[in-house]
Design a binder for this molecule. Structure first.
Ligand SMILES: Nc1ncnc2c1ncn2[C@@H]1O[C@H](COP(=O)(O)OP(=O)(O)OP(=O)(O)O)[C@@H](O)[C@H]1O
Ligand SMILES: [Mg+2]
Length: 327
């Protein structure tokens, strides 16, 4: 349903999307997971014909995005990262307007609007102006609008950004339901690893415009071993080196003041790691262990967190303390 070859977008000196290859099957929910500025919106913009690629090709629903724009547009629905509803119109009227734009008949529109408002549980609110909707309700209406003309592909650019965890879960439920009911192929971008993990059949991790990993979420995680150990230890770089020499771990990375280790058997390893640190005169301040997440995959590949604020609060506190002491 989506096929790209060496798809590239440059803005002057900056290459926002570098030669990406995507092969997305019909009915799949495919995720592009990456931090701010990774090139997610630029990719969606090219696939939805809003931006012209600098080089490379992209075929969406059998049509070339550069030379058959109108054909592509008929077959796709887009939910933009920035809100784009008409606040003065009611929920019903927003969908009605969209249906007219796409040349749907009156009966067709009426039936489809009711069907979609039921899917996203907004039927009770259909006659209220959108300016009186909550953020989550607006997002649900935008998803319904994206589906209005029965597209074969739906692009969702950060569908749950800024929403609370409960609303986020509802939106995931609607996306799964509509994917199952309508067999629509979904390309979703996100920087929330839980979203990519829960929602997507396959995930491409994108960073600085490049795809650095692509697989099923479960496979991406299982490559990380059984557990991830995060250690707050004095001289993390030195400790990382010691650990690498020990050959106990699958992967290791220092991020800020923490050492992240992906390992096979975490429980057995923790005492050994503490002894190793102490023998070498290093202080262990804390140790935590968890099952691998897509965030861990990103950390191991890039040495960074998906989001800055995910760096632990103790790191932030220590940095502030050190800054005050003039370090
Ligand atoms: N029209 C433009 N002109 C110049 N640079 C742009 C333009 N659009 C995007 N960029 C740059 O391209 C890079 C990728 O931007 P993009 O919006 O695709 O990232 P993103 O992954 O969607 O980020 P976010 O998570 O913040 O939405 C960024 O460095 C951005 O500043
Ligand atoms: Mg974006």
């Amino acid at each position: 349903m989506i096929d790209t070859k060496e798809l590239t977008k440059r803005f002057g000196e900056l290459t926002a999307v570098k030669s990406i290859e995507l092969h997305i099957q019909e009915g799949e929910i495919f995720g592009l997971l990456g931090p701010n500025g990774a090139g997610k919106t630029t990719t969606i913009s090219m696939l939805s014909t809003i931006l012209t690629p600098t080089s490379g090709t992209a075929i969406v629903a059998g049509h070339n995005v550069a030379t058959e724009r109108e054909d592509v547009r008929k077959d796709i629905g887009v939910v933009f990262q920035d809100p784009s509803l008409d606040d003065e119109l009611t929920g019903y009227e927003n969908l009605e307007f969209h249906g007219r734009l796409y040349g749907m008949s009156k009966d067709e529109r009426k039936e489809r609007i009711v069907e979609l408002l039921e899917l996203v549980e907004l039927i009770d609110k259909k006659d209220i102006p959108v300016k009186n909707y909550s953020g989550g309700m607006k997002r649900r209406l935008e998803i319904a609008r994206g589906l209005m003309h029965k597209p074969r592909v739906l692009f969702l650019d950060e569908p749950t950004i800024g929403l609370d965890p409960q609303t986020r879960r509802y939106i995931w439920k609607y996306i799964k339901e509509m994917n199952a009911q309508e067999r629509v192929t979904v390309l979703v971008t996100t920087h929330y690893m839980e979203e990519a993990d829960y929602l997507c059949d396959k995930v491409a991790i994108i960073d600085h415009g490049e795809i650095i990993a692509l697989d099923k979420p479960s496979r991406l995680k299982s490559k990380m071993g059984k557990s991830v150990i995060s250690m707050d230890v004095s001289k993390p770089d030195k400790f990382c080196e010691l650990v690498r020499k020990s050959k106990w771990v699958i992967k290791s990375k220092c991020v800020g003041d923490k050492v992240h280790l992906t390992v096979k058997d975490g429980e057995k390893l923790i005492p050994k790691l503490v002894i190793l640190a102490e023998k070498n005169g290093l202080n262990v301040n804390s140790i935590t262990m968890h099952s691998p997440t897509l965030e861990d995959v990103f950390i191991q590949l890039t040495g960074r967190h998906l989001r800055e604020e995910q760096a632990s609060s103790t790191d932030a506190l220590r940095k502030r303390f050190m800054a005050r002491r003039g370090h």
